[in-house]
Design a protein around this ligand. Sequence first.
Ligand SMILES: [Fe+2]
Ligand SMILES: [Fe+2]
Length: 219
Amino acid sequence: MVLASPGRGFVDGQLAPRGIQTMRPEVREHMDVTRERAWKTLTAYTTNEALLRHGLAVEAAVGAYAPKFDGDEVFWRAAALLHDFDYEIHPTLDEHPQNGAPILREEGYPEELIETVLSHADHLELPRDTPLKRALFGCDELSGFILACGLVRPEGIETLTPKSVRKKLKQPSFAAGVNRDDVINGAEGLGVELNEHIEFVIGALRPIAGELGLPTPAL
Ligand SMILES: [Fe+2]
Ligand SMILES: [Fe+2]
């Protein structure tokens, strides 16, 4: 996947006046996080196609929110891509995602990313005290739900509207695994009105609909 942003280190490097050390400590901490590295880690632990697609969907949604919250898009995308990286090896909540954290630490990911990954899990009761943590939580369940909506429509998500998503949210039997409260609380936590949030996430997923296994009607 082509990234919209070359990454914070590169951008800062471009902007830094010659000979002046302008790198802030938190910038240095992010230096090793790249999309390629996150993808490598994800695919080292995940072979299930649905899980990979879930990672890609959440990455696209969280990545689209990054500029809106003045976030580092590369870092946001990597955290989103990795949020369920250990789900295949730790498929229960007594292991996921907490037992994945030491693996990420061992691989050298910064604590900020690890904390973000951990914060998506309600049972760990960690504060969602950064825009990235709120974006990740807000996009996690909703991305899955939008994928489910797209899979049962001949046109995928191309013509999917917030109204139709909300209608499906009210049908408990549809995509029953998706926690409706998480979808609503996620939008609230992010401070975005639910319709607007749904519309935004659909828009973020449309360009990668094919990669997500959704029908892509010929236009
Ligand atoms: Fe998870
Ligand atoms: Fe997830």
